[in-house]
Design a protein around this ligand. Structure first.
Ligand code: GDP
Ligand code: MG
Length: 369
């Protein structure tokens, strides 16, 4: 069973084979491009490049908000990133709209808020970022791509309906992702609302409310009247604090693509959510097979901005293509490096497609048997 060659590994990791050879030389190993590598050698090279490799699989590194090279004095509080989940018609969209309408950090009074897939609100002088697309699909899809976008899940449960199948699904997703849940018991304004019954149903599923001696924060709210919304936001901040969400704004920017589209006039438009570092206008961004210099950058109000820090969603212009939601992005040294890495990603993708459609063995997982 032949193993992966230096070239295969270079492609899989998105670095030139010469870099692999260089690293191996540093480890006292002389290899040529076509020579095969042991699992141990692969792991050592990956480690040298700051990547995590498990036997048989190759993972993109999770862009941890705190990297080993970040010194503690550079770390600052990062706004928590929230995804709203829950059963259909329990009020996810209404809740997101209500929060956006009443609490959004607006650039100018009366300014038109434009949809960029995420927005930020301010509560007690601190910021919270909401992903503007409710539902499980975005969450699971992004997670399937290894994206770690969400810091806290707000689980919406209608007080007149209780825990339903998609509520349970959302609980599973959040648990699988290791993301804390804050429950918003919504529609408390309706006459037949029964928050106590909902709390009982939550307790049955291991989400015992704090009010009952458990650990789950549950907040009664009404997306319709606005009751409890401030309380919900305050509680999100309390949970965020426990999570100790910090990031280094001085680092090169990295994070995930939240959404993207091709605008007839402006070309590819992508919404990025920064996990780490500060993104500046003029930086070169690499996102999968797309790359390019940030030509213009906008905040959630559509205001032009020059830079953005961790936890912030921004819309950017200047990419060469339209990266899928959940694609990791990072800042590259220059356009040449970015282009070559984008081409390598393209090649990888093409090989994967070939492997899926034909008998050709191409993924590293298969190469390692
Ligand atoms: P989603 O499917 O979870 O996004 O739910 P929606 O936000 O679309 O809400 C479903 C329905 O419930 C809509 O008719 C909303 O107007 C209504 N709704 C949402 N929140 C509340 C609430 O707090 N009180 C009342 N009375 N109705 C609500
Ligand atoms: Mg909806």
């Amino acid at each position: 069973e032949p193993g992966a060659t230096v070239r295969d590994l270079g492609e899989a990791l998105g670095v030139p084979p010469t870099r692999i050879i260089q690293i191996l030389m540093g480890l006292g190993e002389m290899k040529t491009v076509t020579q095969t590598l042991s699992t141990e050698e692969i792991e050592l090279v990956a480690e040298e490049l700051g990547r995590k490799v498990e036997v048989g699989t190759l993972e993109e590194p999770a862009p941890e908000e705190v990297a080993p090279e970040d010194s503690p004095e550079d770390l600052v509080e990062k706004p928590p990133v929230i995804t709203v989940m829950g059963h259909v018609d329990h009020g996810k969209t209404s809740l997101l709209d209500r929060i956006r309408r009443t609490n959004v950090v607006s650039g100018e009074a009366g300014g038109i808020t434009q949809h960029i897939g995420a927005y930020q609100v301010e509560q007690d002088g601190r910021r919270i970022t909401f992903i503007d697309t409710p539902g499980h699909e975005a969450f699971t899809e992004m997670r399937a791509r290894g994206a770690r976008v969400t810091d806290i899940v707000v689980l919406v449960v209608a007080a007149d309906d209780g825990v339903m199948p998609q509520t349970e699904e959302a609980i599973e997703h959040a648990r699988a992702a290791g993301v804390p849940i804050v429950v918003a018991i919504n529609k408390i304004d309706v006459p037949n609302a029964n928050p106590d019954r909902v709390m009982g149903e939550l307790a049955e599923r291991g989400l015992t409310p704090e009010q009952w001696g458990g650990e789950t924060v549950t907040v009664p709210v009404s997306a319709k009247t606005g009751e409890g919304i401030d309380d919900l936001l305050e509680n999100i901040l309390v949970v965020a604090e426990l999570e100790e969400l910090r990031a280094n704004p001085k680092a090169p920017a990295s994070g995930y693509v939240i959404e993207s589209r091709l605008d007839p006039g402006r070309g590819p438009v992508a919404t990025l959510l920064l996990n780490r570092g500060t993104l500046h206008r003029g930086d070169v961004v690499l996102a999968g097979t797309a790359y390019g210099r940030v030509r213009a950058m906008f905040d959630h109000n559509g205001q032009r901005i020059k830079e953005a820090g961790p936890g912030t969603p921004v819309e950017i212009l200047g990419l060469s293509g339209v990266p899928e939601a959940g694609t990791r992005f990072e800042v590259a040294e220059n356009e040449r490096t970015a282009r070559s890495r984008a081409q390598q990603a393209e090649e990888r993708l093409r090989r994967q497609e070939l492997a899926q459609s034909g008998p050709r063995r191409t993924t590293l997982e298969e190469l390692l048997g």
